[in-house]
Structures are given as C-alpha cells and as structure tokens.
Design a protein around this ligand. Structure first.
Ligand code: PEP
Ligand code: MG
Length: 544
C-alpha cells in the first residue's frame, strides 16, 4: 500500500502505465540556428497540444509555455552565448536563458514557484529535440491508471485521457497540474505518493482519491467496501438540498468560497447560502497595477448581484506569502509567511486597503445584500479595532476578522470583542500552529487541521466567542472535509464556507448526524495524541 495526498475523490481499480520522462544524457552540441529552430519546434508542439486538449486550464498553461519558449529575452541570451559555430554543450546556455524566468517565479513563491516545472519542461523538450529524442507520449488504448513522477499539461495533452481511470504522481502538491486536471476531468488523483514509480507496468492497483490510498493487488472485499462507501457518499450528497442542517434540525450555514465570478456562479449552482469568503487577491493579481476603485466596484457589485439577498463575506486584500502581488509585496522578505501580509499591509500600503474599503462601501450602497467585511491575518485586538473602526466609519455594519494565527486564537476573547464575527482560516492557522509551510508537500503529515494542537486552538477561540455571543465560522480547507466539518461544528462553529465542489457532500453528511454526535467526536479528537488518531477516533463516532 502507498499513501499520498488525495486531491480528487473517487475509487477505481485498474492496471497501471508509467509515463517516463525521457532525458538526453551527455553533452548536447548545436549551433545557434539549430537551437532556434528546435526552440520554435518546441513552441509549435506546445501550441498543437493546446489546441488538442479540451480542458481549459491545461490549454492556458500550454499557451503560456509556448509564449515563454518564444520570448525575445530568451532568444537574446541564446544568441549572445552561441556566437561562433557549434557550442560543445548547449545545456548550460539553455539553463541560463530560462534562468531569469525561473528566478522571478521562485521569488514570487507559492503557486508561482510550482510553475517552475513548466519551464523545466520547455528546457528538457528543447534538449531532447536537439539530441534527436522525440517525446513519444503514451497512447492509452484501454482503461488505465496513469502513473508518473509529475504530469505536466503537455503530458496530459499527449495522453488520451478518455482512458485514464486515475492519475497517480510520486511528486506534486495540492495545487499541481495533476490535481487541477483530475478535478476538471472528475477522475480520482493522488499526488506526493512516494514509491509509486517502483510499480511495474500492468500491476493492478486500487486508487482511493479521497483518502490518498493506493493498494496493490487489492482483495475483492477491499474493492467492494471502498466502492460502496464512495457510492454512498455520492448518493447522500445528491439526495439532500436546501440550507445546511444536522439531523436534529440544528442549522449550520453552508457557504461558498470564491475568488472569481465563475466561483460565485458555482456556489449559486450548488445552493450555497451565500459566500463565506471572497478572496480579493485575484483581482489584484490579474493586473500590473492596483485595480482602480471603479474596477473594484464593478467586480464587487457583480458578486452582490449574483448573491442578491444573501450573505457575502468579502475579505480585504491578503497579498503576501503564498499569494504575493508583485507591485504590493515588492520588498524581499526572509520569512514572507511571518512578514507583511494580510491586514499588516496597512503598514506599507495603507492607501490601497483604504481604497478597497471605499470600493466595497460604494458597491454595497443601495444593494440588496448582507455584506460582511473581513480582514485577514489579524493578530491583535488593536488591529481588530483599527479595522472595525474603518469599516463602520464607511457605513458597513458587519466587520469581522479571520482567526488564522495562534495569537488571534488564544486571545480571541479580546480580538472578537472588537468586531461582529470571526472566521477560522484553518489553512494558515494550521501552518502557524504547526510551524509547517502549508505549501510544502514534504510536511503534509503536519499541515493538517486534524492535529489536536490545531483543534485545541480552535476550541479555545470558539469557547471565547460563545461567551461574548459572537458567531464564528470556518472558511479554510478543513470545512470541505465532511468528518472535519462535523468536528468543527462540535467545537462550536455555526457556519462552514468551502469550495463549491465540496458543498453537496458536506451538506449530505451533516444531515446524517446530530449535534451531540458532533460534540462527542470533537471531544475525542481534542484528546487524541496525533492527527491520525484524532481522525480515526472522530470517524468511529461519526460513522458509527
Ligand atoms: C485560510 O488561511 O484558511 C484561508 C481561508 O485563507 P487563505 O487560504 O486564502 O490564506
Ligand atoms: Mg489565510
């Protein structure tokens, strides 16, 4: 059995085929004409792949790769370095030519740093081409579990994914292409699954994309149990509609997380009761300069219109750390996760935040919407007071804060006293409580909100909130996991906001349990020794 990070749910069984990256060995000699011709040919291949693949996200990445391969700055470096005849080995020159791109992406960190692999791929395609190795791709002719170190969009374009039962990668994190492509195709996928490359082609495996389990030569019993369970979860999700409720009638508001208008539409489609977290970073990332107040008003108004009459929690700009906005986070930081991000931007870009609050007030004026405004990375009561003061002054009545640092959680009685509500950002709260980078797949055993230390921080804060009658919810990834969602309810949260794709399953699960069960599961998880023990104890109580 192998264990990885389940990034797209579903249970399948089938034979594996490995996609092996072909690599030229030894020096690769070439003159400048050959290099430029090969580079154009790589770009053309990428264009063709972009045309042939239906999945929009993969299309975009392939198009961007083709553009990078044709970038004048790359060609300039190559021409400057290979001036006379044949260079003995073009490898280091190619490295240097793409080095600038890579440095920029690495400096941006997070999601962008993961895109360095897109450039590595252009380089290795170019070297392979010059060495006379054509990437053969893998033609799938029967239902197959595709196994690879990592799958690039070009790999997925070359594969006939109609026959892909599941994707399994030994590397990669939750935001890798494999995860995005698999979710888009609706097939199970597991990434960061060390050891799977040792499997031989044809080996039969069971892939459980919900739990991240890969079982070699599974027994019939195991297949039947896991498949049945998966079908039951899907059936339950399809059968329940309407607002979130436990089996005893307790209301648990179920909201959608969004960053774009498309996300808001997806939330509407699954019957979300509102938006529990609108991330505004994307609007700022889409541009080279700060979006104008007018541009912001337009976007926020569209959100309010789609969610007319409903609750919408808009979060002020959380630029920095894993979501760097180049023109705002321009100064190099040794520890960006502990640096100037979220509400701390008021120290460096105060006007940007003020303009955003103005835009929100203007967009909400006269609209039929329940606007709640939330600040990220608030750490202290003074910060909460500053934020709430600015929001109220502009006529917006529901300021709230994310509780995503240990300081905010442990001091929640004072922090929440300044505002109207709190929302646990379990992604960051986990990162900071566990002192483990949320983007580092090597630490994924520690970056889980199941850890009792994280649950205790949440418990302390929600107890404080209850004493002063301030509602608290969750808007981190944890809310999207049905079992964890139930534990969080047991700890006292009254709303859960999640990726719209997860909402139906969580709604279905919550409808099957009562508050007393949630509370017992929460107590069992709190007193566990480890994340896995917390999960298994909670599972036992919740699934009976
Ligand atoms: C979180 O930290 O849990 C959260 C919801 O915010 P983000 O993931 O945008 O940092
Ligand atoms: Mg956060």
């Amino acid at each position: 059995m192998f264990k990885g990070i389940g990034v797209s749910p579903g249970v399948v069984v089938g034979p594996i085929r490995k996609v092996l990256a072909e690599k030229a060995s030894g020096p690769v000699p070439a003159d400048i004409d050959q290099v430029l011709k090969a580079l154009e040919s790589v770009a053309t291949d990428l264009d063709k792949s972009a045309e042939s693949i239906e999945l929009e996200v993969a299309k975009e990445v392939l198009g961007a790769q083709a553009m990078m391969a044709r970038d004048p700055s790359v060609i300039e470096v190559l021409e400057g370095a290979i001036t006379e005849g044949v260079a003995f080995d073009v490898r280091p020159i190619v490295e240097e030519a793409f080095g600038g791109f890579k440095e920029q992406l690495l400096a941006l960190g997070g999601y962008f740093a993961e895109r360095v692999s897109d450039i590595d791929e252009i380089q290795s395609r170019l070297i392979n081409k010059l060495a006379g190795i054509e990437s053969a791709g893998l033609t799938l002719t029967e239902p197959t579990v595709v196994v690879a170190e990592d799958l690039t969009p070009a790999d997925t374009a070359a594969l006939n994914l109609k026959f892909a039962l599941a994707l399994l990668c030994s590397r990669g994190g939750a935001t890798s292409h494999t995860a995005i492509v698999a979710r888009g195709l609706g097939i199970p996928a597991i990434v960061g699954c060390e050891g799977v490359m040792q499997l031989v082609d044809g080996a039969v495996v069971l892939v459980d994309g919900r739990n991240g389990d890969v079982i070699v030569d599974p027994l019939q019993d195991e297949i039947a149990t896991r498949t049945e369970k998966e079908l039951k979860i899907k059936a339950r999700a399809d059968s329940i509609t309407g607002p979130g409720r436990l089996s005893d009638g307790t209301s648990i508001q179920l909201l959608g997380n969004a960053g774009t208008i498309d996300d808001v539409r997806a939330a509407v489609k699954v019957g979300a009761e509102g938006i529990g977290l609108f991330r505004t970073e994307l609007l700022f990332l889409d541009s080279h300069i700060e979006p104008t107040v007018g541009e912001q008003v337009k976007l926020y108004s569209e959100v309010f219109q789609l969610m007319a009459g409903k609750k919408v929690v808009i979060r002020t700009l959380d630029a920095g750390s894993d979501k760097p906005v180049p023109y705002i986070n321009a100064i190099h930081e040794e520890n960006p996760a502990l640096g100037v991000r979220g509400w701390r931007l008021t120290r460096t870009s105060n006007d940007v935040i003020n303009r955003q609050l103005e835009a929100l007030a203007e967009a909400a004026a006269g609209k039929d919407v329940k606007l709640w405004v939330m600040a990220p990375m608030v750490n202290t009561p003074d910060e909460a007071r500053d934020f709430a003061g600015r929001v109220r002054k502009l006529g917006m009545l529901m300021p709230g804060v994310m509780i995503e640092t240990p300081a905010a959680a442990l001091h929640a009685d004072h922090v929440l006293a300044e505002v109207e509500f709190g929302s646990f950002g379990t992604n960051d709260l986990t990162q900071y409580v566990m002192a483990s980078d949320r983007m580092d797949s090597r630490l994924s055993d520690m970056t889980t909100a199941w850890h009792p230390a994280v649950l205790r921080a949440i418990s302390i804060a929600s107890d404080s909130a209850a004493k002063i009658s301030k509602p608290v919810g969750v808007c981190g990834e944890a809310a999207a996991n049905s079992l964890l969602a139930a534990v969080l309810v047991g700890l006292g949260v009254s709303s859960l906001s999640m990726a719209p794709s997860a909402l139906a399953e969580v709604r279905g699960f919550l409808a099957s349990i009562d508050l007393d069960t949630c509370e017992r599961a929460a107590q069992a998880a709190l007193s566990a020794r480890s994340a896995s023990e917390a999960e298994s104890r909670a599972r036992e109580i919740l699934e009976g």
